[in-house]
Design a binder for this molecule. Sequence first.
Ligand code: COA
Length: 380
Amino acid sequence: MKEVYVIGAGCTPFGDLHTRDAVAMAREASFQALEDAGVDISDIDIFYVGSVRSVTSGSFLGNALGVRNKPVTRVENFCASGMDAVRQAAIAVMSGQARIALAVGVEKLRDATRRGLGFRSFHPVFVFGATPPGLFALAANRYMHTYGIGRETLAKVAVKNHRNGAKNPLAHFRKEITVETVLKAPIVAYPFGVFDCSPVTDGASAVVIASRDVAEGLGKAQVFIRGFGLAVMHTEPMYDPSFKYTGFPVTTEAAGQAYKMADISRPLEEISFAEVHDCFTMTEILNYEDLGFAEKGEGWKLIEEGVTELEGKFPVNPSGGLKSFGHPIGATGARMIFEVYSQLTGRCGERQVKNAHTGLAHNIGGPGTVSTVMILSLRS
Ligand code: COA
């Protein structure tokens, strides 16, 4: 397959964007990305838009960007939607079907009458308590029971990610917090309090992908897509009798695919930093293990020992993560690629990871139903 490059990226501020609808946000992120790449909308051969709730079809980009008579596909894959849109764009360019592709992730969540994201409605009885905090809390309780950690360890994930997000001008929450604040916050679904949860956020992000010859022609052949993976399970893994609640097998599967493609066997040594799906504090610790950054039952040590701090040996979520940057579901994966690209091109100011040469991005959705992993590297 052909080598493909990220040649530009854009992102709206994330947060409570009451004055912008999904069309306005998608437009803003896309034109930023196009300008960054130095290409025009007419140069784009193929488009993908990732969204869970805010977009009905590819024609959405007809409204947002004025696209006419070009292939546009809407991608929906739970929390992996945005990164799956980037993955589709990369595959289109790798296959030679397109020379330049645009992937957009967008979600408008704030203008709703409910709190949180609401219940899922797949079953008349199981639906009660089946909110994302409720479902991820099942895994948190099992992990805490099995490996003997307390809420303080989870709280340190939130403290780290808020500290990073405070340095990020686009983040939803730009305030530092303490372990005490996290522990004292009202409980949403035990052991998660408000500060263990990612917020409900509006936002959009966009990424331009190009073939090697196009990237070289534009003087933009700097960051290439080194590997990716995507794995899907059935819709309710948590009700599967074999599910252990101490990790998400789909993440391990998606990571395995990406590591194989990128020829990476020692992720902690060969990757400089990661943006992982910290929808809840516990999820970040489970991700450390599922992505192979730590042995099973030992992920919590990375946070306790400061390994994943911005200044640590292996920074995780230098952007502030979902916890602080925010989580507009279908936009998040594209936003992670925006962050990895920004880090690798040295644009991150106060939150810049030193000597970054390779970055990993990861989503988990469902929960536990789908995971995607993508690895970007600087061209040597
Ligand atoms: N982290 C930190 N602060 C938060 C927060 C969060 N997750 N959510 C809300 N806040 C703050 C707000 O900034 C606001 O502060 P202010 O009064 O100083 O402005 C205050 O808490 C109340 O905000 P509000 O929007 O009314 O929150 P809420 O009580 O309606 O919702 C949660 C709080 C945690 C229930 C909601 O954020 C949530 O459901 N999060 C999970 C989203 C989710 O499931 N995502 C999918 C993951 S897979």
